[in-house]
Design a protein around this ligand. Sequence first.
Ligand SMILES: [Zn+2]
Length: 210
Amino acid sequence: MERILKGLSRFQKSVYPRHRELFQKLALGQRPEALFITCADSRIDPCMLTQTKPGELFICRVVGNIVPPYPDAIGGVSATIEYAVGVLGVADVIVCGHTDCGVMKGVLNPEALEPLTSVTAWLNYAQPARAAVGQHLTTHTDLEFLLALTERNVVEQLRNLRTHPTVAERLEQGDLRLHGWLYDLGEGTVASYDADQAGFVPLEAPTVRS
Ligand SMILES: [Zn+2]
């Protein structure tokens, strides 16, 4: 905790003064361009990954980047989606899974999580992904199976996202885009779901002009 408090002190003494104008503008309101739904895993830093500043991403952190289908579990995730899409009017929603996800490993080994009743109940939302991967992949290594499950989970959560009325409405209007990402923690790379290819392809970032 000491390191965290030292960091806070450093933020207030040297970081905040450098960005005072931005923070004072943000104090009056926000207009984030995207809702970023990702796992609560401590190794993911959405703003570092996308090089965005405060005010640019509306972030929903939840174990396994799981989006319960509407109206199955009215709770924090559903409310966050409704607010971001219906009130703030974000233009894009990104569901971002990641490699070495402990939650996905838990889906593969549910016995280990049995004492954790909330986690176990939550992971039921990842069961359709497990079932889909189980049907199509039988000869792969554990690591490949985990990756396939993690990818499929992103696809299933995108599907669940579409069941939320605010999302469905904006999709109908044609002014909301959904994206499924898979972040490779060790490599720093991102693959994006391509519906036409029914798979994940390396995300080509636009060339940055120097
Ligand atoms: Zn995770």
